[in-house]
Design a protein around this ligand. Structure first.
Ligand code: ADP
Length: 503
């Protein structure tokens, strides 16, 4: 029975459940929780209160070595990839069912650790987590190889084989979902995995690994090492026994990972490294009010901490003033900061106080560069890392606020006069993750989508889609595609086998 979307609970219900939570602090290696070898620890802090939730085991290079060694043993003896596809499917479906049954607990961990409103975790993150695991579970026995045409004395087969041990390094904005976008295809393909979650949100993924084991997943197949990026993440990416690193995070770290690969074993490196997504509002769009509502959600959901956040709003000059007025009004109506445990809260804090400082510095820079803030940021008092939604007008493409990823609730509006100008503004950016066009003309939509330099494009919507949609970017947004079935084979390699049948 689904426990998700349990939004009839009140704030006091969730507070009582939070008080009774049993937070597991260990690393998860070889099927059980373990303390770090050197006994180090780090604080997991609730960004809504500034209070320490737990002291977490701090994984270091020696712990990464242990996790990879365990995963290698599991890989070599074939306890996972040599199972019949149906057996692996059963484990994956059991795993999804257990995640669903423990949805309230996982939602609480995510909400407390990262500050995401509980309603969002229940209605967005967890349903997507379940969809992802079940989608890739379904793929397991659908994968086929090929037999090519040969002379009668030969047989040539082409099959996909798993890579071995894969390392996954994930961010804090959707801790469970971004991990599962990697884990589900990695595991469905038959690999073993060592996951290094973001140190800002270390609570939920070890529990995910424990549920995998409870679901019948063999020990050592799915391991989690919490720790810092510079120590544990780097050790994983430099490891000679890791066949591939898959990553979602910053461009700067993505570049480092490519270097680590070259310095070690030339492991494959799959990167999703953020964006600065433009949304183009053409003068003939169908419904300005509906479009503005999506624009508001496209940047302020999850407090703007979204890789594909629609942070650059390019609005035809004829709509500009009306657009800005409505955008400001709707933002004030829709986004109320509050305790993330309160089901009525629509705006949580940023994931950490350090990140709040980064976002504030970028807004200060925008003002210093000459942009005008029309959605003012009231000073929040109290211990939480809250940041009010901000909108800047009068920005231009040479400003950092237009070019750099803020990863917070900050949007810019730029007016344009022609389609060509809109496309030039949209594409004049180092990122290319996502983009959208709002127009009622099919020809305009086709023309503009084809001209946009982005891996994911939307027409008359933003953020819509399902598991059939490959998610990843052009340019400095990375080289990988999550979600879509091709993600499964991206964690596999091709083996060609030529059989001489003469004797
Ligand atoms: P952000 O700045 O949004 O926190 P990062 O790219 O720094 O994004 O972090 C994303 C993930 O990359 C986290 O799990 C983090 O620990 C990890 N990470 C950070 N630095 C490194 C590094 N030098 N090597 C490997 N992983 C890293």
């Amino acid at each position: 029975m689904s426990t998700l979307a349990n939004t009839n609970r009140s704030l006091s219900d969730w507070q009582a459940m939070a008080a009774g939570l049993n937070i597991q602090t260990g690393l998860f290696i070889d099927g059980h929780y373990q303390s770090a070898k050197r006994q180090g620890s780090f604080a997991s802090v609730n960004p809504a209160t500034g209070q320490t939730l737990a002291m977490m085991a701090l994984g270091e290079a020696c712990d990464v070595d242990a996790a990879v060694a365990n995963a290698q043993v599991a890989w070599r003896d074939g306890r996972w990839h040599k199972l019949a596809p149906r057996q692996r499917m059963d484990v994956m479906f059991n795993w999804a069912n257990l995640v669903e049954q423990h949805g309230d607990e996982l939602a609480l961990l995510e909400c407390l650790d990262m500050g995401k409103p509980i309603t969002d975790v229940l209605n967005i993150d967890l349903p997507d987590v379940l969809r992802t695991i079940r989608f890739f579970a379904e793929c397991i026995d659908k994968l086929e190889g090929a037999v090519t045409h040969t002379a009668a004395n030969a047989l040539h087969t082409i099959v996909h084989e798993p890579l071995g041990v894969v390392g996954a390094i994930t961010p804090w904005n959707y801790p469970l979902l971004m991990a599962v976008w990697k884990l589900a295809p990695i595991l469905a393909a038959g690999n073993c995995v060592v996951l290094k979650p973001a140190e800002q949100a270390p609570l939920s993924c070890t529990r995910l690994a424990q549920l995998f084991v409870q679901a019948g997943g063999p020990a050592g197949v799915f391991n989690v090492v919490n720790g810092t990026g510079q120590e544990a993440g780097r050790a994983l990416a430099l490891h000679h026994d890791v066949a591939k690193i898959t990553f979602t995070g910053s461009t700067a770290v993505g570049k480092l990972l490519m270097g680590y690969s070259g310095q070690s074993n030339m492991k494959r490196v799959a990167l999703e490294t953020g964006g600065k997504s433009p949304q183009i509002f053409m003068p003939d769009l169908y419904d300005l009010d509906a479009a503005v509502d999506r624009a508001v959600g496209g940047i302020f959901d999850n407090a703007g901490q979204v890789c594909n956040a629609g942070s650059r709003l390019l609005v035809h000059r004829s709509l500009h003033d009306q657009f800005v007025d409505r955008f400001v009004t709707r933002t004030r109506e829709l986004y109320q900061p509050g305790d993330p445990l309160d089901p009525a809260t629509t705006l949580g804090p940023l994931a950490s106080h350090a990140h709040l400082g980064n976002v504030q510095r970028r807004m200060d820079q925008a003002l210093a560069d000459g942009a005008t803030q029309v959605l003012p940021t009231p000073a929040f008092t109290g211990p939480g890392a809250f940041c009010a939604p901000a909108l800047f007008v009068g920005a231009h493409n040479r400003m950092a606020i237009v070019q750099e990823e803020v990863f917070g609730p900050v949007a810019t509006v730029q007016a344009f006069d022609t389609e060509q100008e809109a496309l030039m503004l949209a594409n004049d950016c180092q990122f290319g993750l996502a983009a959208s066009v709002w127009t009622s003309d099919l020809n305009t939509a086709h023309r503009m989508v084809s001209a946009l330099e982005a891996g994911v494009t939307w027409v008359n919507c933003f953020g819509d889609g399902d598991m059939s949609q490959p998610f990843g970017g052009y340019k400095l947004s990375g080289n990988s595609r999550d979600k879509h079935a091709s993600s499964l084979t991206s964690y596999m390699q091709i083996k060609s086998s030529w059989f001489n049948l003469q004797r």
